[in-house]
Design a protein. Structure first.
Lengths: 282, 107
């Protein structure tokens, strides 16, 4: 009798544990978030595929070792699937670009402060800048960004050949920008616009005009450095496209490089009025 | 992005650049030109960089970057925007001794 009484609590615990497990399983099913819509996640896993568990709302792709899953070899172990990895990479790229924006923000701030206290000198100095070359460069850069954005669309549809040619066009336009900028610099040097003892603008406005040209050379050099890095990255993507690396399910590097390239474009769009249009009508 | 949408965005940006140049050189407003430049930059972020369809965390980072840039420029710009500049004339009145009498600490 006493043994039976001792067993009952054990049976009750078992029943309770079972009920808790079933409830937990039901709750987990009810609360499992749906996978977000993302272009990289459009590939449908084969029937009966492994790895359906979700992490943070991202469904795991099918078995990584499966030969039916060409996308899976690009997925790092810590991610639930390609969409999860792609979103993390793109968010990281945006974070990097936010730091870059603040990096250039220091330059913008310097410009605002010095221009506020030297308006006439900055206007006079800006009239010596090569507006024609600056405008052509703006058009070239915008065209390169548009072409690479189209290239990303090609990559997302698995069109490596089209992506390759968009990379070639983007890199060529970027190189044309650098070449024109080099010519512009040579003209600036020829006209004695580099700050120093032979500076072209004399008189009372001279010292403040040198501040403008200090900004000009530093800002365009920094932007040019970003352009060179961008051209290298676009070349890397082009090489990958040539080797057929990208597919409908895997185009994250293309998107990340596209973000960087367009950001360089954004910086130029902000520098353009500061440098070339500060002179106004005078 | 399709070829048509990329081309459309590029044409729109060209119109904005033309408006920017006109605002500066015809209307003579550097501020309007800078405003159009910022608009063009935002358009690039919305179209070529696909900010509206970016991951939520990425969009948060983008907005945070712009926010802190606004803080940097806004707070930093208070000084040049509010500083009063006063013309000071330096001259030595005639008859003033070259040096003031030395202070004596001895009592």
């Amino acid at each position: 009798m006493s043994e039976r009484r001792r067993r009952r609590p054990g049976a009750m615990e078992g029943v309770l544990a079972g009920a808790a497990l079933v409830s937990g399983w039901l709750l987990a099913r009810a609360w499992r978030p749906t996978a977000p819509a993302y272009p990289s996640d459009r590939a449908v896993p084969p029937a009966g595929a492994a790895g359906e568990a979700g992490v943070d709302g991202y469904h795991a792709v099918w078995d990584r070792a499966s030969p039916d899953a060409p996308v899976s070899r690009h997925i790092q172990f810590q991610y639930a699937g390609m969409a999860h990895q792609a979103d993390t990479a793109i968010a990281g790229m945006w974070l990097f670009l936010a730091t870059e924006l603040l990096f250039f923000g220091g330059l913008f701030f310097l410009y605002i402060v010095y221009r506020a206290s030297n308006q006439a000198a900055f206007a006079e100095a800006s009239r010596h800048a090569e507006l024609g070359i600056g405008t052509v460069n703006t058009v070239l850069l915008l065209a390169s960004s548009a072409i690479f954005a189209f290239g990303h669309g090609c990559a997302a549809r698995g069109r490596n050949r089209a992506l390759f040619w968009t990379c070639v066009a983007t890199a060529l336009l970027g190189a044309a920008f650098i070449a024109l900028k080099g010519y512009e610099w040579s003209e600036d040097f020829r006209h004695h616009l580099f700050p120093g003892p032979d500076f072209a603008i004399g008189g009372a406005l001279g010292p403040s005009a040198q501040l403008f040209w200090c900004f000009y050379f530093f800002a365009t050099a920094l932007h040019g450095l970003h352009m060179i890095i961008g051209i290298t990255l676009v070349g890397w993507i082009g090489w990958g496209a040539h080797r057929g690396r990208f597919s409908a399910g895997y185009s994250t590097p293309v998107e990340a490089v596209g973000l960087y390239w367009s950001f360089v474009d954004v910086v130029w769009l902000l520098l353009y009025p500061m440098i070339y249009l500060a002179g106004g009508t005078g | 992005m399709t070829m048509l949408s990329a081309f459309g965005a590029w044409l729109t940006l060209l119109v904005l650049v033309a408006a920017e140049v006109a605002a500066a050189l015809v209307a003579g407003s550097g501020l309007a030109a800078a405003g159009i430049g910022v608009t063009a930059a935002v358009l690039v972020a919305m179209t070529f960089m696909r900010l509206p369809s970016a991951p939520r965390l990425g969009a948060v980072f983008a907005v945070a970057g712009v926010f802190w840039l606004a803080v940097l420029l806004g707070l930093g710009g208070i000084d040049p925007a509010t500083r009063q500049r006063t013309q000071v004339e330096l001259r030595t009145p005639s008859g003033t001794p070259d040096l003031p009498p030395p202070l004596s600490l001895a009592r």
